[in-house]
Design a protein around this ligand. Sequence first.
Ligand code: ARG
Length: 297
Amino acid sequence: MVYSSPDAVDFSLADCPSLPRPGRVVLTTPTHFDVEYVINPHMSNNVGQVNKAVAFQQWKALRAAYTALDVEPIVATGQSGLPDMVFCANQTFPYYDPDTNTHGVVLSRMHANERTPEVPYYADFFKQQGFEIQRLPEDLDADFEGMGDAIWHPARRVVWGGYGFRTTPEAYEALSDRLDAPVMLLRLTDPDFYHLDTCFCPLNEDTVLIAAEAFDESGRALIDRFFDTVIEAPDEEARHQFACNAHCPNGTHVLIQEGCDQTNRRLRAHGFRPVELDTSEFLKSGGSVFCMKQMIW
Ligand code: ARG
């Protein structure tokens, strides 16, 4: 089932099956990362502006941050000619069934033609990891950009699904059927927040960090219905420093672009521990921590 306003929701999180926290992280080498085309507003004026040596250092610091938090990195190899492949959250949507110990991914159908050839590389990568590979129905006319737009609610079999710029809402009916999980639909209204992960970062089962400007009224009402605590990042930090493209792998530490001072103050006030990382080269492409990793079980 797909829900787009709280009125239709007749269950609570406690009614939904629990889901363990994923413990491993996929990271993709940035050797071929660059800004070569413009498919989101952050990329304009940045074509050819990436410092590759700096990007590689920033990526290594991200990898080290996961290792330091005991999250095991599994490294995929970026391919020449695919400058956005480093954003490994976008080509797949991982799932896990604890009852049957089934690991799998649903493959994305990229909205951006430039990024379509990234998907088969990840299909092979996850096949080699022993994952089940699922595709959306052949005859379904829909775009789907994986965990750029679809995000598991922490600890519960519930999916949050953003649409409006990349993923189309039709994809979520199919995803919900495939995974037997309800999808909470959030319409994205501001092109700077073109993927759900640019404006919506669940930190734990009760708490989410959001960019309030990115949502319409029913979306906001759905968020308020399911999270007891909604931390708002200031517009400036969310829009230009990708404060909400952060990641909380363990319920406490929040890996976040450095310099999001007000956001960090708000996170600390709720007991979280910001871990600041510089992802400035990747911001030039419209990405930061959340989309540079894919958590798997
Ligand atoms: N240049 C990439 C694109 O526009 C950046 C993707 C960042 N990923 C994300 N989930 N926000 O597709």
